[in-house]
Design a protein around this ligand. Structure first.
Ligand code: SAM
Length: 255
């Protein structure tokens, strides 16, 4: 899987690419990431890539010239036909199903906007996917680009080591994942559910499935019922879903 990232701030990607599983996948050649500085395609010696908006208003706009030249430089490379992804709050929201679709591609070009946004003509001249991270506004497309790279890369076969797996993960089967626990068995009065210490893997598996379904019903009912989509999440704290009067910390009733 290959990613080309077009950005005004290439330095932001330094440690992102140099750490953890992604660094390993890059070293093994499972994934490749090319960071392209849009300013390298600016026509002037000040490397100007933005301009004031027509019609007035605050904020600068990424100009179409340097960005188009940067896109052309990537599109003219040999290899699999890339999908151009325009990162914008106005796009389709990223979810696991879309991440799977993107992982089926072999090459993605991620266009990071900044300032007030990108001249609209770029998305018209380079049709692809307009993609949003969610209904909030970030300073630029770099964090969304990193999210796409992570969400897609970890679906590439071989990316996850033996110690990690997609199995049982949130959204892998359309629902949330089950809660996880590690040592110590009792922490600040809270005990690990006994079933997880039983060694009975069939029962543990059943418990995890039940817990995943319960937490999904409470926290994300929209995942189970498409009619609820758009009404994401609920006001109910899943931790509140316990038998009345039963204290989760082992029945001591502390406060
Ligand atoms: N003025 C724009 C608007 O109202 O939609 C917001 C511009 S934002 C400050 C600058 C850039 O950050 C955008 O061009 C886009 O690339 C990126 N960005 C911000 N929020 C985003 C989000 N939720 N999803 C994807 N990209 C986002």
């Amino acid at each position: 899987m290959r990613f080309d990232v077009l950005t005004l701030f290439p330095g932001l990607f330094g440690s992102f690419l140099a750490e953890s599983l992604l660094a390993k996948a890059l070293a093994r050649g499972l994934v490749s990431v090319e960071i392209v500085d849009i300013r390298d395609f600016a026509p002037d010696r000040h490397r100007t890539a933005d301009d004031r908006p027509f019609g007035g208003g605050p904020g600068m706009v990424l100009a179409p010239g340097p960005l188009s030249a940067a896109l052309d430089s990537r599109l003219s490379l040999p290899g699999p036909v890339p999908l151009v992804i325009h990162l914008t709050p106005a796009g389709r929201r990223l979810d696991q199903a879309l991440a799977r679709e993107l992982a089926a591609r072999r090459r993605l070009i991620l266009v990071c906007g900044r300032y007030g946004g990108v001249d609209r003509r770029v998305a018209e001249l380079y049709p692809g996917l307009e993609l949003s991270m969610g209904d909030y506004v970030l300073n630029g497309g770099e964090v969304p680009a990193m999210a796409v790279i992570e969400a897609v890369s970890r679906l590439v076969p071989g990316f996850l080591g033996e110690r990690e797996s997609l199995e049982g993960e949130s959204f892998s089967e359309g629902i949330l994942g089950a809660p996880l626990y590690t040592r110590p068995r009792v922490f600040r009065g809270l005990e690990v559910p006994g079933i997880l210490l039983s060694g009975n893997h069939r029962e543990i598996d059943l418990w995890r499935r039940r817990e995943a379904a319960r937490l999904t019903r409470l926290g994300r009912p929209d995942l189970l019922d498409p009619d609820l989509r758009g009404n994401r999440g609920s006001a109910v704290d899943p931790r509140e879903d316990r038998e009345p009067g039963k204290d989760p910390r082992g029945g001591e009733g502390k406060g």
